[in-house]
Write a protein that binds this ligand. Structure first.
Ligand code: VG1
Ligand code: CO
Length: 543
């Protein structure tokens, strides 16, 4: 077996986005494309010889081929061993768990998360550091810089390793340890939550429905919800992972998780419904005929955290991404703990958690997590909810309404305009930026603009600055409109418009968010000139 050094040419477009490098499968299938990026990771992180790496992915199309290539490259680059999930599978939170548990140098996760899969779908790759979290902006920039100047990569001439049976295998001088992808993660979950209480809840007639969306969490849910907690098989749908997610969009929201939504809004609906995404890090929570917004879910978890064994001593602090509603801020204020506002993307939470400043974090985009790993964690959020429900013995809707009565309601919605021409989408952002001065102080019906800016974040731990993280239009009554371009899409541009209004009055808490936000939406369209500039009359997805 010999190490080959292959001459290559740099690709100009390997800049990691919000969560790693995401492209069409066909882009990754081009000669040297994957290899260039992997070598750029290895060159940038400069791991000491014989380091250990974790490797796994969400099982989407091209996962298997990519895993074999990366193993051979790791062997050629002097790694001592690679821990790889059986069949190349690891959910994103499980990969984070394994990196931390075995104290490895880092890990490579293959996923395009909620993006569709299959030969015509998307593929993705990202690097996580030794804390188990996504590479920081600084590391991501170093990888991108390297990818622009790379001229060769190293790969071992070796046969593929069979990944279907756990055990130790040799590849040149490197050990490939094929591990059960679920075991370590399941053990961690069992250490955080009161499994006995959840088991009792499920045995007592409380009915759930969990939708794995034909994605990576299927086996995790089968083991944890099914085998360890006793949920009947009929309560788990789409738990067989498929390379193309059954042709669906593995994004747990009211549009794409329609099968679950129909169950939860149908006759004789179960008490609790949940779904997770392609790589298992997102979650959607539903009660019977009731949707919990991700921003509210984060606030509710924070407010009820002391009911959970792992958090019974309280939270060090909380953090949310800037577009996420301020519902959790209100809880933090009452708990008298710090609340941090970070740019979009989980990579910004890592430093805060490592420094012990925050325990819970969340994003409006169906992501919630804690310092048990350094990724958002879909099943963890489901278990957190089930544990709360086991203790409080109230319906999901009642718990949410009680929360609103106590803290007020941050009414929230996000409008996504997908697949726009990049210039038109950027034009909307530029137009808003040019109008900050005129907008400030302007009145639109009952809304008066207090200030506008382009969100900038200074990491309180390492002092790094991240600019241009989204246009904020803040109103005097606490309402907000945020405009941001997505950093995870692979086709054209996706413009996200985030809308938030605060309402303390219980008498209005029954109103539909779209009704409450109707005026604010009109303001957003007016000031952004979105319709004229993009030609879109309606958003692609409303969450
Ligand atoms: C989206 C979400 C963001 C999330 C990111 C990765 O990014 O808005 O909150 O962290 O996806 O989630 P963007 O740039 O498209 O808005 V996942 O589940 O793809 O790892
Ligand atoms: Co995801």
């Amino acid at each position: 077996m010999s190490i080959r050094t292959i001459t290559t040419q740099a690709f100009p477009d390997q800049k990691p986005g919000t969560s790693g490098l995401r492209k069409k499968v066909t882009a990754f299938q081009r000669a040297h494309y994957l290899e260039n990026f992997v070598q750029s990771i290895f060159d940038s992180i400069a791991a000491p010889k014989n380091s250990t790496l974790v490797l796994g992915g969400d099982g989407r199309y091209y996962n298997r081929q990519a895993i074999q290539t990366i193993l051979k490259m790791a062997a050629a680059n002097g790694y001592g061993s690679v821990l790889v999930g059986r069949d190349g599978i690891l959910s994103t939170p499980a990969a984070s768990c394994v990196i931390r548990k075995y104290k490895t140098f880092g890990g490579i996760i293959l996923s395009a998360s909620h993006n569709p899969g299959g030969p015509d779908g998307d593929f993705g790759i990202k690097y996580n550091s030794s804390n188990g979290g996504p590479a920081t902006e600084t590391v991501s920039e170093a990888i991108f810089a390297r990818s622009k100047s790379i001229t060769s990569y190293h790969i071992l001439d070796a046969a593929d390793v069979a990944l279907d049976t756990p055990g130790e295998y040799r590849m040149g001088g490197m050990t490939v340890q094929v591990i059960d992808p679920v075991a370590d993660y399941a053990e961690l979950m069992e250490s955080l939550f009161d499994f006995a209480a959840i088991r009792n809840l499920l045995a007592g007639g409380f009915r759930i429905s969990f939708d794995a969306m034909h994605a990576v969490n299927g086996p995790y849910a089968t083991e944890i919800l099914g085998r360890r907690l006793g949920a009947p098989a009929s309560s788990m749908i789409n738990c067989l992972p498929l390379e193309d997610f059954g042709g669906g969009h593995p994004d747990p929201n009211l549009t794409y998780a329609h099968e679950l939504v129909e169950i939860m809004y149908g006759d004789d609906a179960p008490d609790f419904g949940a779904a997770s995404d392609g790589d298992g890090d997102r979650n959607m929570i539903l009660g019977r005929k009731f949707f919990v917004t991700p921003s509210d879910s984060l606030a509710l978890l924070a407010a009820n955290a002391t009911l959970i064994p792992a958090y019974k001593k309280g939270l060090a602090g909380v953090a949310r991404s800037m577009p996420t509603s301020a519902a959790v801020d209100r809880v933090a204020k009452e708990l008298n703990i710090p609340c941090y506002e970070t740019p979009t993307g989980w990579k910004f939470f890592g430093n805060l958690m490592d420094a012990g400043r925050v325990t819970l974090c969340g994003e409006e985009s169906f992501g919630t997590g804690s310092d048990h790993v350094r990724e958002k964690d879909g099943l963890w959020a489901v278990l957190f909810w089930l544990n709360i429900l086991a203790v409080r013995k109230q319906p999901v809707e009642a718990i949410a309404r009680e929360h609103w009565a106590r803290f007020g309601r941050n009414v929230y919605s996000r409008y996504d305009y997908e697949g726009l021409p990049t210039a038109a989408a950027q034009g909307v952002i530029n137009h808003l930026q040019q109008n900050f001065a005129t907008l400030t102080g302007s009145c639109f019906g009952k809304y008066t603009v207090q200030m506008c800016d382009d969100f900038s974040y200074t990491d309180p731990v390492d002092g790094s600055v991240s600019k241009n993280q989204g246009v904020r239009i803040l109103f005097t009554d606490g309402s907000r409109i945020i405009f941001r371009l997505s950093g995870t899409g692979t086709e054209g541009a996706t413009l996200r418009v985030y809308l938030e209004a605060y309402d303390a009055a219980v008498s209005r808490h029954h109103l539909d968010a779209q009704v409450v936000l109707a005026d604010l939406i009109q303001v957003a369209l007016l000031i952004s000139e979105l319709t004229g500039r993009t030609g879109r009359l309606q958003p692609t997805v409303i969450t």
